[in-house]
Every structure is written in C-alpha cells, then in structure tokens.
Design a protein around this ligand. Structure first.
Ligand SMILES: [Zn+2]
Length: 497
C-alpha cells in the first residue's frame, strides 16, 4: 500500500536527495590480492586467500588497474584527481568483514569535485559529485533455514558466509545533495552506469550487485534553506526501483510531517513486492568508524605522466557522442540518446557509418533505433547483424532499389541467418522495378483490367489511384517502385482524358 500525501504535498515540500553508488570494478584480480574476480556462480569460498580472508600476518598489495578505473572515472566526471592519496582503515565489526576493518579512502579520495550532466523530462540537469574513492568489498552473508534432521535435531535458521566477494575492488561515488526529484535520481544513476560501461570501469549490472544505489532522502517546506532529517534508502535492485523508492519515500515523509510526526534518522529498505520502504535500522548517531591511515600500505602517488596516459586512453564519452550525433550527423536528440545508451547499437551504427556506402547517417540511425531495436529486444541470439550489410541495405532503400517493406523483411532475415543482404534480395526477387518500360506495361494491364476504378477516378474520386497502385504492386509481387507507379498511373489517366 503506497502512502498518499494530501493533495498539494509536493507543492508544499521540496525533496533533497543525495546518491551514493558502489560499483564493482572490472579487473581480473581482487583489490589487494591475486584472487580472481570471476566469482559469478563459483562455489562459496572458492576464490579466497589469506589476504582477502583477513588472516593475521599478511600484507595487501595494490591492484593498479583498479586505481586506473577510478582515475578514469574521475576524468570522465570532470573531477580533480589527487596527485597523492592514502588509504585509511574504516573500523567496524560485522561478520562479513573478517579483518574488523575495511581498507578505504577517507580524507583523500582519488577523485573529488566532479559533476555529471544528463537529460531529464524537464531538460538537462547537472549533479555535483563530491568524491569517487576506492575501497574493498565485504564478504556476503547468506541466511538459510536448515531442515530438522532424522536424528531429532530441530529445524533452525543459520547464517552462512561466502568470502568470494571479500576484497573485490569497489568504487564509491557520492553526489552533493543537489537532486530534487526521483526522476533526476534515476537519470543520474542511468547516466553514471552508461559512463562506467563506456570507459570499461564496471559492468554495473544492478541485478547482480555490481552496481548498488543508495539514496539519502529528506524533504523541507519549499523556500526553506535548512535540510530536513534524512533517511537512507537501500536495496533498490533496478533503475525503476530507484525512482519508485524515492517517490514513495518523499510521499511517506510528507504524510508523516503533515500528521505532526517527527522524522528520525534511519536506514530503510525497498520492498519490491510491496512497493514500499520499510525500517531496517534506526540511526542513533553518525557511525564512528575511527578512521586512521592504513599502516600496511604506502601513500598512493599518481605521477602526471601516468594520469595523462589514462586520460588519453579514454574513449569518446556518452555526452560528447550524443552531441556529435546531433550536431555533425543531424540525428534527433531521441535517436542519438537511444543509440548511445546501448553499446551494441552504438557499435552497429558506428560500423555502418564506417562502411561508407553513401547511405545517409539519419537513415542508418532510423534502422538502428527502429527495426534493429525492435527485433533484437527480448530475442536472445539475435545479433548476427553485420554493420556493413545494414549500410548496404540502407543505401539500396535510399536509392529506391528496394521497397521499404521488402527491406524490413530482408533485414529480419539477415538478423536471423547472417546471410548477406544482396543474396537475400536475389533469392526473393526483391529488387525493385524502377524501369519505366517494365512499369508501363504493368500499368497498362491494370488499367485494362479495372475499368470501374478508372471510371471512378475520372468521376473525381481521387482515392481510386490508391487502389490502382495496390493492383500494380500486386501484379509485380511488391517489386514495383510505388512512387514511380503512382506517378505513371496519374500521368496515364490524366493524359487519356
Ligand atoms: Zn584473495
């Protein structure tokens, strides 16, 4: 059951939202040891060593490529990269943290003062990003129910621990409390996910926890500077849940304040089934983590040459690409966004442009956002489409050598079989008849066979032409160039009058 604030609550209150995102970085090994990060589907506790199990007497070593991922992210969000940073111990006890502390970055994050701009339904919006830092992930607790044993041991609940995730490299990205609506929060998370994937820092799949989004949500009467009490919302497993959970939380807080209740600091979880947030734990005070510099690791120094090298390796970023598609190629903002949001669509579009068949970029974009997206969506295994073949097909359509309808069938077949477009067209005899002589003969036949329609046209019923065009298309098995047929029919009908 969703809480409904009284009418006008959202006009009276303004939400203040900050987002914290944890991303697992795309590296081959863990943050401070050589264990593999390929833990998906692996047997519990099969990817651990004394370092990531937190056994005494071991020493961590820094994973260089994890550091590079965070620095690359820093550049991508226009942040300042610290030339020297250090590692800190964040001390707290929890069973999934075998050392009793997490190696993180506190006072000196690798990247700070960044920002990210993205489109929303109300226009472009920019969020300031406070910091992006590097840390290690914890293990994973699994709560299970053990059946009663035949020997008489009663059923019981147990907590099991899997340390495969312990020590995985994790980047934390924290925004300033700039966000005001649930949609802005979702769009921020989507744009950041796209950025992570584009630069190769993270696969950022929310469903399997590679990307975890947490929101700090408070509301205040419109016009007031002072922030309200903030609630932390966790366990949102999709972009849609991010938007719904925040919307729910804004409504819930408005109802509570309207009813004269005090909002207390707490951590709430999102219940996907019930579509509501629930209390996980109250926050009596800010946690005291007793941070201190990690004695087992030296400060991290990033020489300018190294930073320049990482910056030079960055691919074209999503915002720049969308902008180029619009400005240089004349794509609509919608088409540019749809293509850039999807890595496979981007590769297809870029590949088709590179094939240089002379097909207009806008026409290729229409095929990518139209037929390609329509056919590939929800169809596992589809994707044999070859960029050069798509470009060739688009060129044939542009030249009027094949009808739009037939081209769609050719494309669908190419997508299924991978067969070259030219061979499919040949096989089905789809090449369009644009030869005036051949068309003229078909037109004469149809006119002779349909005197009633001819009479209708001459009586002033212009719609009769459509019927006659249809008859010619039928007679030529759809291969006639419809535009030419239409012109030839009119010319012939008007002339004989
Ligand atoms: Zn390890």
């Amino acid at each position: 059951m969703a809480a409904e604030a009284g009418t006008g609550a959202l006009e009276r209150y303004e939400a203040v939202i900050g987002i914290e995102i944890h991303c697992q970085l795309r590296t081959a090994s863990k943050m401070f040891c050589g264990c593999s990060t390929e833990i998906d589907g692996a047997a519990p506790n099969s990817h651990c060593c004394p370092v990531c199990l937190g056994l005494p007497g071991v020493l961590p070593t820094i994973n260089k490529s994890a550091v590079e991922c965070v620095i690359a992210t820093g550049f991508a969000i226009e942040a300042a990269i610290a030339p020297t940073t250090r590692w800190d111990r964040k001390n707290y006890f929890y069973p999934d943290l075998p050392k009793g502390y997490q190696i993180s970055q506190y006072q000196l994050p690798l990247a700070s003062n960044g920002r990210l701009t993205f489109e929303t339904s109300e226009g472009p919006f920019t969020v300031r990003i406070n910091r992006a830092h590097l840390e290690e992930d914890t293990g994973r607790l699994i709560h299970a129910e053990l059946d009663a044993s035949p020997g008489g041991r009663p059923a019981r609940r147990v907590s099991l621990i899997d340390f495969n995730r312990s020590g995985m490299p994790l980047m934390e990205i924290v925004t300033e409390p700039d966000i005001r609506t649930a949609e802005q929060a979702r769009r921020y998370a989507e744009e950041l996910r796209l950025l992570m994937r584009t630069i190769g820092a993270s696969d950022a799949e929310m469903e399997n926890g590679q990307m975890r989004v947490e929101a700090n949500v408070s509301i205040r009467p419109r016009g007031r500077e002072e922030f309200g009490t903030r609630i932390e919302v966790k366990n949102m497993n999709s972009m849609r849940s991010v938007e719904r959970a925040i919307d729910f939380e804004i409504q819930r807080q408005a109802v509570a304040i309207d009813a004269g209740r005090t909002i207390r600091m707490e951590t709430r979880g999102w219940d996907e089934a019930r579509q509501e947030t629930y209390l996980m734990r109250p926050k009596e005070a800010e946690n005291e983590y007793r941070y201190f510099p990690e004695p087992d690791l030296p400060p991290l120094v990033a020489p300018p040459e190294w930073l320049a090298e990482i910056k030079a390796r960055l691919p074209e970023l999503p915002a720049a690409r969308r902008n180029r598609y619009g400005t240089d190629l004349g794509l609509s903002a919608y088409d540019a966004a749809v293509i850039v949001n999807d890595a496979a669509a981007t590769a297809l579009f870029e590949g088709a442009l590179a094939a240089d068949t002379g097909a207009p970029a806008k026409l290729i974009a229409n095929w990518v956002t139209g037929e390609y997206m329509r056919l590939v969506k929800g169809k596992a295994g589809a994707g044999k489409v070859n960029a050069g073949e798509l470009a060739a097909l688009a060129k044939l359509v542009a030249d009027g050598a094949i009808s739009g309808t037939n081209a769609k069938e050719v494309f669908a077949e190419h997508l299924d079989t991978g067969e070259p477009v030219a061979r499919i067209i040949e096989k089905h005899g789809y090449r369009q008849i644009s030869d005036a002589g051949a068309l003229g003969a078909a037109v004469e036949q149809v006119l002779a066979a349909n005197p009633a329609a001819v009479a209708d046209y001459r009586a002033g019923r212009d719609a009769a032409v459509g019927f006659l065009v249809g008859q010619v298309m039928k007679a030529t098995r759809g291969q006639a160039n419809a535009t030419m047929v239409q012109a030839a029919l009119r010319e012939r009908l008007d002339r004989a009058e």
